[in-house]
Design a protein around this ligand. Structure first.
Ligand SMILES: Nc1ncnc2c1ncn2[C@@H]1O[C@H](COP(=O)(O)OP(=O)(O)OP(=O)(O)O)[C@@H](O)[C@H]1O
Length: 265
């Protein structure tokens, strides 16, 4: 079951980037996340796995306060990034989401040019003083997302005219353009073909040199290939968290073992 990774899987100790304590999430009266405690490392890819409906996306969305946009959603407990409580009333969620970028399941470029898709965030956050600086930010973000070579001659063409895999890399460029520190990815490859998936996985491996990356995936093979740490969720509980290799080769909890061997899910 454990798919040998194509990259070195160094699991050296990194600094803790995100810390969650006693997190509970409710949609109305229904509890979707129960008593979650976890510490997520910097410069590491952490995969969230588990059966459908177990709360992976809900917990991921807590990390940049995307759940704030859902009226019936209520969150208890404490989530800190670099020691700062992200639910503190002094925190501006818009600023937070620039620092904690997100890439969604379905590529969702804005109906604008490739250039404008990437330039939008840096513009609203006042990151460039002039056009030359903005051009540089756009170029660097497209390079980081491994899209520059394919996009450099068509920066004024609509982002929606790119292939699915290119659109997803454009969304990654858009997320990295605001210089985030954390990148959240909610099943970023589920709408992509195997070649585009391999490109995005390669990219995720590069991005972890700079960011803390958290990825929700339904594919255990993908979790094994791209992540150094894995969290297994089941019925709203974080059942097991550890080095990816340990989770896939020597799970401690019966539920984890059942899931990775295909008995539940
Ligand atoms: N906006 C919402 N309103 C009400 N309930 C919700 C909402 N979003 C999620 N839920 C519920 O919360 C629980 C966890 O859902 P969530 O989408 O986080 O799970 P998941 O593990 O990401 O699932 P999947 O793998 O199918 O995407 C489910 O019971 C789901 O029905």
């Amino acid at each position: 079951m454990y798919d040998a990774p194509h990259k070195d899987k160094d699991v050296t100790q990194n600094d803790i980037k995100i810390s969650a304590r006693d997190v509970q999430v409710f949609y109305g009266d229904t509890q979707a996340i129960k008593d979650v405690d976890v510490e997520i490392d910097d410069k590491t890819v952490t995969a969230f796995i588990g059966p459908s409906g177990c709360g992976k996306s809900t917990f991921l969305r807590c990390l940049n306060r995307m759940n704030d946009t859902i009226d019936i959603c209520r969150i208890e407990g404490k989530i800190s990034i670099d020691g700062e409580d992200i639910y503190d009333p002094s925190i501006d969620p818009v600023q937070l989401r620039a620092k904690v970028g997100m890439v969604f399941q379905k590529p969702n470029p804005f109906p604008k040019s490739i250039y404008e898709n990437v330039a939008y965030g840096p513009k609203i956050h006042g990151m460039a003083r002039n056009k030359a600086e903005l051009d540089e930010i756009v170029e660097n973000a497209l390079k980081r997302a491994a899209l520059w070579n394919e996009a450099k001659d068509r920066l004024d063409s609509p982002g929606t005219g790119l292939s699915g895999g290119q659109q997803q890399r454009l969304c990654i460029a858009r997320a990295v353009a605001t210089e985030p520190e954390v990148l959240l990815m909610d099943e970023p490859c589920s709408a992509l073909d195997p070649i585009a998936t391999a490109q995005v996985e390669e990219l995720i491996d590069e991005l972890r040199q700079t960011y803390s990356v958290v990825i929700v995936t339904h594919s255990m093979q993908q979790a094994a290939r791209v992540s150094q740490k894995t969290a297994f969720f089941h019925l709203g509980n974080l059942v097991e968290f550890g080095d990816t290799e340990q989770i896939f080769t020597n799970p401690k909890d019966e539920r984890t073992e059942s899931y990775i061997t295909g008995r539940i899910g």
